[in-house]
Design a binder for this molecule. Structure first.
Ligand code: CTP
Length: 407
């Protein structure tokens, strides 16, 4: 996958807290994603982890003091904040957040945050503290004030704490913070939109141990869910049996069969602005699921199963009176343009996305063919997240045009 933070210069600020040990891994994750990382530490952070460790991982000298004579003009707070694409404070202690709220500037990190050009250098904080400290009204007041001041608050997570207690206040894990930062930089093309997505295969049970399914991995649908969420949408993902991590902030509904997928989708479809059907829904299912495992008998007779057709979820959503903007997928083996164009008309949807099923099922890359009433456009072979972002851009453009047409 492409380096998601290539070209980004991140100033990573550490304030004092045991979560400083995770900042070492975070530095690596950001650097691995292509970012340059400039670490700035408070004296409290230095009590938990050394500047040497972070210098080695970031490959840059670490700054700890506003009196650092290495800067020719002796203004580290100005120089550091001017070159940043974002400042991320991780961990952000309760005390450091209180300082930010009050605009205090008695050490390099707080001074740099105050001195940053607010309109072009966003500030993100990843709180890390004991659960009592997090839920204290003073901290909650401070968090609300930071949000009101335009600061992005990432997390915190919940779970085991270093003090032995369990609750809210854990700093998000380094991979999660990296993904939050990646999402932060994506254009918010679907801000305020509600997007419903189906993904993965379905599983049509024959008996308690067997069933009919297909090779869909769900990767394309999950990538679209992530891309839509990164673009600011509120995303619901209805997925058949897959083995994939749920993208952050996406509401996941697990189903097995086509009928369950249909029943999960239909009641909520009209409350969404966009419906994207990426699931490889089984066309047929056994009429009856056997209660007990079907056994071989001595006769050598092969059991016969009566099959019936599954409901077409996409067609059902597309025929709702107040339907969302519908995007279908076509998994074909040949004649992609012909089948995709024909399927778009048959399913009565404005946009259908063709792909070659056998070439993409389970893979990390794909190529897409977008067909709408005006013609077609190819999105050439790329990783699925890049394609998903491109598709989100195409959908956002069409929504925008449709809304303009209405006004
Ligand atoms: N689809 C659906 N419900 C079904 C079958 C398909 O929602 N019961 C959706 C898929 O999620 C996809 C689109 O319809 O967005 C096309 O799926 P595909 O399997 O390619 O098409 P079919 O309608 O099944 O046509 P065929 O298998 O004959 O090519």
């Amino acid at each position: 996958m492409a380096l998601q933070l290539a070209g980004k210069h991140i100033v990573l600020g550490l304030s004092g807290g045991i979560a400083c040990y995770k900042a070492a891994e975070l530095t690596r994750e950001l650097a691995k994603a292509g970012a340059t990382v400039q670490v700035v530490m408070t004296a409290g952070a230095e009590a938990f982890i050394t500047a040497v460790t972070l210098q080695a991982l970031s490959n840059r000298p670490v700054y700890t003091s506003q009196w650092d004579a290495r800067e020719a003009n002796n203004m580290a707070h100005i120089n550091l904040s001017r070159e940043a694409d974002a400042i991320l404070i991780a961990p952000a202690s309760a005390d450091f957040m209180a300082k930010l709220v009050h605009g205090r500037a008695d050490d390099l990190l707080s001074l740099m945050c105050l001195a940053r050009p607010m309109e072009r250098v966003p500030l993100l904080v990843a709180p890390a503290m004991n659960r009592e400290m997090w839920s204290h009204p003073a901290t909650q007041r401070n968090v609300a004030q930071l949000v009101a001041d335009g600061v992005s608050v990432l997390g915190p997570g919940a779970g085991d704490q270093a003090c032995g207690e369990v609750g809210d206040g854990r700093m998000l894990e380094p991979e999660a913070l990296r993904d939050e930062l990646i999402a932060f930089f994506q254009p918010k093309l679907l801000a305020g939109q509600r997007v419903l997505i189906t993904a993965g295969p379905t599983f049509e049970a024959i008996d308690p141990v067997r069933g009919i399914t297909n090779h869909s991995s769900g990767k394309m649908g999950f990538a679209i869910a992530r891309a839509a969420q990164e673009a600011g949408a509120e995303v619901t993902l209805v997925a058949g049996p897959v083995h994939l991590p749920t993208p952050r902030h996406v509401r996941l509904i697990n189903v097995q069969s086509a009928q369950q997928m249909h029943d999960a989708v239909l009641p909520q479809a009209a409350a969404h602005d966009v419906f994207i059907a990426t699931a490889a829904v089984a066309d047929w299912r056994p009429v009856n699921t056997q209660t007990h495992k079907v056994k071989k008998d001595a006769s050598g007779q092969v059991p016969a199963f009566e099959m019936t057709e599954n409901p077409d979820i996409l067609a059902a959503v597309a025929s709702l009176p107040n339907r969302p903007y519908c995007v279908g997928f076509a998994a074909e083996s040949h004649d992609l343009l012909h089948h995709t164009s024909e399927k778009r008309v048959r399913k009565n949807v404005p946009l259908l996305v063709g792909n070659i099923g056998p070439a993409t099922f389970g893979q990390d890359t794909n190529a897409l063919l977008l067909v709408d009433e005006l013609g077609h456009r190819e999105l050439p072979q790329a990783d699925k997240l890049s394609l998903a972002r491109e598709l989100v851009r195409e959908i956002a453009q069409r929504l925008h045009n449709a809304n303009n047409d209405k006004t």
